[in-house]
Design a protein around this ligand. Sequence first.
Ligand code: GLN
Length: 544
Amino acid sequence: MARYIFITGGVVSSLGKGLMAASLAALLQARGYKVRIRKFDPYLNVDPGTMSPYQHGEVYVTDDGAETDLDLGHYERFTGVSAHQGDNVTSGRIYQQIIAKERRGDYLGATVQVIPHVTDAIKEFALADQGDHDFILCEIGGTVGDIEGLPFMEAIRQLRNELEPLQTLSVHVTLVPYIKAAGELKTKPTQHSVRELASLGIKPDVLLCRAEHPIPDSERQKIANFCNVRKEAVIPALDAPSIYSVPLQYHAEGLDTEVLRGFGITDAPEPDLSRWYDVVDRHSNPEGEVTIGVVGKYVGLQDAYKSLNEALVHGGMAHRVKVNINWIDAEVFEQGDSDIAAQLEPMHAILVPGGFGERGSEGKIAAVRFARERNVPFLGICLGMQMACIEGARAAGFEQASSTEFGDTEHPVVGIITEWMTEEGLQTREAGGDLGGTMRLGAYDAKLAANSHVSSIYGGSTVISERHRHRYEVNSAFIDPLEKQGLIFSGMSPDGLLPEIVERPDHPWFVGVQFHPELKSKPFDPHPLFAGFIGAALEQARLV
Ligand code: GLN
């Protein structure tokens, strides 16, 4: 049976609990344990699929097509363990299931209540699919004291009673603020947060204390005394120079040792942290730099492109170079050509990322044109690939080329398709269906043309699997004219119906992909498309 680590947060939000959970999991994994991480989100949305990237950051898509919280991206990047639908649940999903059961009469006339019905459903989710995992880490979104988080806390309290005494552990993440005027670190918020948690029946075993200044021994002892934990279990979590050094930093502070001790494990193998040392070394000792222009829509909030940001950095690690990302709002390019050249000329490569809606689309198309005409390395992802096809079609003389996502058009280069085949059979999508869950989601295979640029990028592979999240497809009726114009369709769905990858053989590096390669990139295993793209940017930097 798996051991459970429950991770809660206190004092303030945005303490980086997801990164902490991912780092702890990476440390346990480095000791040879099999780990899995789950996220409980107390909000009422069924999943984050319909939430604005500005509200919630990126929607992270799993192989099995779940639209999940971006923390699952951290989990995958730090452990390499593919997340799935069962690793992220929201209050909304739990209530949806319970209400459906209630309507079917499954409760046989009983009164349906938060305790036990909601808490039982939460426990079921936590305990499902344990497989042969040694540790399952469960991160609870939000902060202790949030009204909507209460059923989750209650479920944890119950689980800690129901499972074996050494089978669960509570890690509480808090903030130890520094008051400049007094020149002191303050432990009171941590004390209050632990008291709040204790009032819900959960005694933390390990406290992870975020702080901007080192926590002196005397303060660690004070926190230990007031919060009823060992001094060694008060782990200082100082701001790290980069997210990649967090696992090493926590290990140095004794986090994994203390967690294992909490489970009564004192003879665990020492961790093999070599891959983390290598990642940190590559990241902190670059031997050059490149600047990438990302022409998108949600450029005001970096969390909206979390995985993309990470994947670009991973691509840099592959070449040991620093990647500067210049986030450019596509809308500024809709105000005349001169701006475009001024902003894009200093870029060593241009990327148009995924996105939804018409706003900024003409600016993105203009950025594609600049990259094509000036021979600047280009990567178009999802909407970015669709824009590359529209730009190619316009160059081929289809002046009205556009996407039906933006309204009716005479030349629908990108359009909605409502039926397609997979190995599981016919898949359908309603043109006017609900926004939630009407997309091509999750991992799909693509067949690569032999001797194409992409197949060499993928190390000679002819079949790849990548994750999708989109409603529209490039219209195969335009393949012929686009290929004549120079845009080659080098990757297609296995049935040959859906365009997956386009490239320009007459250009130094021009690739558009209908999927999201950034979702599968890892710091210790950079995605080949990002490694290739940064390599091309490096070439470009040498030229200019
Ligand atoms: N809006 C486009 C579609 O739905 C692209 C989506 C995306 O970039 N993820 O097809």
